[in-house]
Design a protein around this ligand. Structure first.
Ligand code: FAD
Length: 453
């Protein structure tokens, strides 16, 4: 078991980890990246838009409970992050609107991730795949690298001035989901790489790191209930983004959320309802304008209802609202109640009262037959709770409730880092990029002091 030392050891080779490692290598530093999967890239390989809110005010508006300093660092660092991607010869297309309030660039993330990995190797630095981490190396509270286990089972002790946890969150672990998100989260679908199982969280907390925020929630989307997500092309194809223009009813026949403010927010709300499932109701207009239309500029539209049907989802086309009363009993929904609630909603849309819950962004009636009904369930992409960091990606100590003390030598970025979002979302690639580059900057700045700075 030989010892070696690098400026930065990166644990996790996705968006945050590869960005950090490539930047350190590009600046002439020494770096080692260990990746648990056979191949680097993580969930970032499925993602296509590097985006966030255009201003701090907008980010604070959609995410009022997030850490304001991290929010500011994200907004301030976004343009430099995009510039860094471009500096590697990877195209960032002209900006487009995302999720209504956001703005960002379509990027070939696979090109970016592979370019980062090549750069690291070309600078003579190592990338170890299929490698796990047994423990962090610590000495008097200082983190000094990690003990890793190579694919052949041998241990390798890697000493480092700084160690970055970038394992992508804990969405791959049902027990951690149940503990930190919601008891029903143990059983929800995973629309992400399966290897982000909370390893960074465990390693960091063992070293004394702070975890937050409580009840931060997660980013995910409604997906057709009961449809397996083993085929990764389903992550995007079957996501029911159009819920923002539909009505969602739980198994008691109740509407419980303003569906229009965001499918990702509706997804969190559904997790709290009986059985974490609901019936998504749309009409012919919504089918025409949203179900089969493009969700974001640059991505061609597909008829999601057809895809759900073909995938074996519980779904139906009703020629009229009256047909709802004949909803199969085994579905477990009060069809006649839902029929009446759609009618009531349509009456409010024509000026007769206000809908409850309200509809902030799309209050048009669903009155054009036929009606398209899909049973939906929440699926998780990544977790918002994580190791608390400062704007330099340094991990805060749990023992210091005011957050002034760091764990010396320890960094976190991407979905391993918490605090930025609380039950709100403005991009996953952008924070991984910005705080990954911040981690590189910290590592290039020299050794940590006893207080972690
Ligand atoms: C289908 C889909 C579409 C998406 N679209 C977008 C989008 O358009 N825009 C956007 O902003 N975000 C999008 N996202 C989210 C985005 O991909 C993530 O927010 C981002 O990749 C997070 O970066 P990360 O580095 O934290 O995690 P990841 O990129 O997932 O990387 C984590 C890496 O750590 C590895 N790992 C786990 N445990 C260990 C361990 N113990 N040791 C070593 N390695 C380990 C994993 O194998 C993985 O390679 C999408 C996600 C999915 C799944």
């Amino acid at each position: 078991m030989g010892a070696e030392s690098v400026d930065l050891l990166v644990i996790g080779g996705g968006m945050a980890g590869l960005s950090a490692a490539a930047r350190v290598a590009a600046e002439g530093g020494s770096v080692m990246l260990v990746e648990k999967a056979e191949r680097t890239g993580g969930s970032a390989r499925f993602a296509g838009f590097v985006w966030t809110a255009p201003t701090l005010e907008e980010l604070r508006r959609v995410n009022p409970d997030g850490d304001p300093e991290l929010a500011e660092a994200l907004i301030d660092g976004f343009a430099d992050g995009v510039e860094w991607i471009r500096s590697l010869g990877v195209e960032c297309r002209p900006p487009v609107p995302v999720l209504g309030f956001g703005r960002g660039h379509q990027v070939d993330t696979n090109h970016y991730l592979d370019t980062c990995e090549r750069l690291i190797r070309d600078r003579g630095q190592e990338v170890l795949t299929a490698t796990t981490t047994r423990a962090l190396l610590t000495e008097n509270g200082l983190v000094k690298g990690a003990e890793c286990v190579l694919p052949d089972g041998t241990a390798r002790r890697i000493e480092a001035t700084w160690t970055l946890l970038a394992t992508g969150g804990f969405q791959g672990d049902p027990a951690l989901r149940a503990e930190h998100i919601h008891p029903q989260a143990a059983d929800i679908g995973l629309r992400a790489n399966p290897r982000s199982e909370g390893d960074g969280l465990t390693l960091g907390r063992t070293a004394g790191a702070a975890f937050g925020k409580k009840d931060a929630g997660f980013y995910g989307h409604l997906m057709p209930a009961g449809v397996p997500l083993a085929d990764t092309s389903r992550f995007v194809d079957l996501a029911l983004y159009y819920s923002e223009h539909a009505l969602l009813f739980d198994t008691t026949g109740e509407r419980f959320v303003d569906e229009t403010v965001g499918d990702h927010l509706t997804t969190m709300a559904l997790l709290d309802r009986p059985g974490a499932r609901g019936l998504l109701v749309a009409d012919a207009r919504v089918h025409r304008e949203w179900i089969s239309a493009s969700y974001v500029a640059g991505i061609p539209g597909v008829d999601k209802f057809q895809l759900c049907h073909r995938a074996g989802a519980r779904c139906a086309v009703a020629e009229s609202l009256d047909d709802f009363a004949d909803m199969p009993e085994e579905w477990g929904y009060p069809g006649a109640v839902i029929r009446d609630r759609v009618r009531e909603f349509n009456a409010t849309a024509s000026g007769d009262g206000t809908p409850v819950p309200g509809r902030l962004l799309d209050n048009r009636p669903l009155d054009e037959p036929p009606f398209y009904v899909v049973e939906a369930a929440p699926a998780i992409t990544f977790t918002f709770g994580g190791l608390l960091i400062d704007t330099e990606a340094r991990v805060l100590a749990a023992a210091d409730p005011d957050g002034h003390r760091r764990i010396p030598g320890l960094l976190a970025a991407g979905a391993d880092a918490g605090g930025l979002y609380r039950r709100a979302y403005a991009g996953g690639l952008a924070p991984a990029l910005v705080f990954g580059l911040a981690a590189a900057h910290t590592a290039l700045g020299g050794a940590p002091s006893a207080a972690g700075s």
